[in-house]
Design a protein around this ligand. Structure first.
Ligand code: FES
Length: 146
């Protein structure tokens, strides 16, 4: 059911953990299963992603896709990182079963949320990046307001 690459990244996930004083942090939830992902980015003065780490309450497919996604964005520019879509990640993993495709969205959305956080902190606009929809902390604030 799972490709060798998926199994490898699930059993030996790369870049698990957190980055202290990260340039950007993004936390998102998966509407379909309720799982959570947090992504940390370390971006240098030239806009290059030097490091990327993640933590997740997601399933094995979420672990494998996030692991691959962190590998793909490392060393990239912000614009290049935006091209690391869940499709690109799935291709790099030689595919995922259809019922697990939604899991791969967590990594993409968490990277976008972390980039959004970075842009806000630096008062810049990243072209092609829109405000993350499923930010967990935003959902919590909304609940508190009601
Ligand atoms: Fe929730 Fe996979 S089932 S991330």
């Amino acid at each position: 059911m799972y490709s060798e690459k998926v199994m490898d990244h699930f059993q030996h996930p790369r870049n698990v953990g957190e980055i202290e004083n990260a340039s950007g942090v993004g936390t998102v939830g998966n509407a379909k299963c309720g799982d959570i992902m947090r992504m940390y980015l370390d971006i240098d003065d030239n806009g290059i992603i030097q490091d990327c780490k993640f933590k997740t309450f997601g399933c094995g497919a979420a672990v494998a896709t996030s692991s691959m996604a962190t590998e793909l964005v490392k060393g990239k520019t912000i614009q290049e990182a935006l091209e690391v879509t869940n499709k690109a990640v799935m291709e790099a993993l030689d595919g995922l079963p259809p019922v697990k495709v939604h899991c791969s969205l967590l990594a993409e959305e968490a990277i976008h949320a972390a980039l959004w956080d970075y842009a806000e902190k630096h008062h810049i606009k990243i072209e092609g990046l829109s405000k993350p929809k499923s930010d967990i902390s935003e959902g919590e604030t909304e609940e508190e307001e009601y």
